[in-house]
Write a protein that binds this ligand. Structure first.
Ligand code: ADP
Length: 486
């Protein structure tokens, strides 16, 4: 059941279209991954509602775009303040539908809200450009204007932050947006919409379409096919990213894709070992390993290998697994049965190919979707865990001898999102950082995401960057004015 909220009206069980709370013909259940219990149900919308949402966003666009950056910033700032004021309730809804421990959920509320604060500030700093002319009778100027109606399809692992990271820059730029949150976590999205309404975000600027897995495909098609929707931002798996890219080709839609990762984590012989263990633990087991920047492959230098894996296994065994609402818990359940099946598959595949089990390796005694924090040593490149995103609490550790070998192994993947390494040698820090084929490199740290930094990947991990001073560019078009007769 739903946790007790300080403000019960933050639990919304209708979708949000054109500033109104609306139903659909059918509904689908939202469940708690900790016990499988039904929390409530939300409208199961489809193509017709998606069309209505696009029409609402289109109607709202001219007035929102015509506001000054400062005016949009004022509304967004109110929304930010309301998120922080209601952080406890937002976190409780998130833990209920997503499973992450309550302190982690609170952390995400602050992180998610930080994008709204940041882009509210950036709204005031969108400027054009004046070129130096090569024709003395002409002047050349660049305007930066909002791209138009945008769409966002978001995942369940960060139910608030993956929405605000897209919606905030879009709104700041003057765009309006249709959001299709993950079917597992619509309640966080709807609570955000309730707060946006209270903050005075005009009708149609933000629209939230709720849909189950099957209807999400239908809604996705409508968003891609629409000639009104000029930009689609997606965070999720690489296979779905490819589908959306293909579907967006006919309308030549601008795309921002934050897709899968397979982060390497290299521990060099000159690393601070305890710091490296700490970094590996946080980057691996945060959100039960269900983030696209989670470490998947750990490469430890042969001279410190045994000490490193022993400390890592000791750390993994100390992680308290349980219901995210219980005090002291640092790892909640996995999102669904499929996630547990994938983790089991990766672990049994690795063990069958010769990996050594140092911690965990099975479903937790609590049963259901709880999985023991797992450490596999002596993993080899032929194992699933070394190639596919595990998205679960499994650390795979392997040894290396030279810097070149570690870099080559780290880069031997089609993914290119986050990477990490630990070293105290300044020359090595530069060399390795420059050679890693990744959009992000954590050096002597396992935590890198922040609203001021550009988040995104290279290779098949995606297109574009979110957050930072660059994040708003995604939602702005350049218009070149060439003024003659001067
Ligand atoms: P995950 O494995 O994290 O669930 P997905 O890529 O399957 O990642 O899902 C991320 C988001 O994409 C969710 O909102 C989901 O509903 C949506 N989605 C999945 N498949 C499609 C599709 N074919 N078209 C549009 N949206 C989709």
């Amino acid at each position: 059941s739903i946790p007790a909220l300080k403000d019960a009206s933050l639990l919304r069980d209708q979708a949000y279209l054109n500033g109104a709370w609306v139903n659909a013909e059918t509904r689908f259940d939202v469940t708690n991954p900790a016990d499988g219990a039904t929390l409530c149900s939300v409208p199961n919308m489809g193509a017709a509602e998606a069309e209505r949402a696009i029409a609402a966003a289109q109607a709202a666009f001219p007035a929102w775009a015509a506001k000054t950056g400062k005016e949009r910033a004022a509304v967004m700032r109110k929304w930010f303040d309301l998120m922080l004021a209601n952080a406890d309730d937002l976190a409780a809804l998130m833990t209920a539908e997503q499973g992450k421990p309550l302190p982690e959920a609170k952390g995400e509320v602050a992180y998610g809200a930080s994008f709204v604060e940041w882009f509210a500030e950036e709204a005031k700093r969108v400027s054009g450009d004046v070129m130096s002319t090569t024709w003395s009778d002409k002047r050349m100027v660049v305007l930066r204007q909002p791209i138009g109606v945008c769409a966002a399809i978001t995942p369940w692992n960060f139910p608030i932050a993956m929405i605000t990271r897209k919606v905030a820059p879009a709104m700041a730029a003057g765009c309006t947006i249709v959001i299709k949150p993950a079917e597992q976590t619509p309640l966080s999205a709807l609570a955000l919409a309730e707060l946006a309404q209270r903050a005075g975000v005009p009708a149609g600027v933000i629209n939230i379409i709720t849909a189950d897995a099957e209807h999400s495909i239908e809604v996705g098609k409508v968003l891609c096919d629409s000639t009104v929707v000029r930009h689609l931002s997606f965070t999720g798996s690489t296979p779905v990213g490819r589908i959306l890219m293909r579907q967006s080709a006919p309308t030549v839609k601008k795309l921002a894709l934050e897709l899968g990762g397979h982060a390497p984590f290299i521990v060099f012989d000159d690393a601070d070992l305890d710091a490296a263990v700490e970094g590996a633990l946080v980057s691996k087991y945060r959100n039960a390993g269900q983030t696209c920047v989670c470490t998947n492959r750990i490469y430890a230098h042969e001279s410190i290998y045994d000490a490193f894996v022993a400390k890592l296994a000791e750390g993994a065994r100390k992680i308290k697994v349980g219901n995210g609402f219980e005090p002291g818990v640092n790892q909640g359940p996995l999102i669904d049965e499929q996630a547990v099946a994938k983790v089991n598959e990766h672990v049994s595949d690795a063990l069958s190919k010769g990996a050594k089990l140092l911690a965990g390796g099975r479903t937790h005694a609590l049963g259901g979707r709880f999985y023991e924090p797992t450490v596999l040593a002596d993993t080899t490149p032929d194992m699933l865990v070394m190639n596919e995103e595990t998205f679960g609490p499994v650390a795979a550790v392997t040894r290396f001898s030279t810097e070149e070998e570690a870099i080559a192994a780290a880069n031997a993947t089609d993914f290119g999102l986050a990477s990490y390494f630990y070293s105290r040698d300044i020359g090595r820090v530069w060399r390795v950082a420059e050679k890693l084929e990744y959009g992000m490199v954590g050096i002597n740290t396992g935590i890198i995401s922040n609203e001021v930094a550009p988040f995104g990947g290279v290779k098949q991990s995606g297109l574009g960057r979110e957050g930072s001073k660059y994040g708003i560019d995604e939602y702005l078009e350049m218009k070149y004015l060439c003024m003659g007769g001067i």
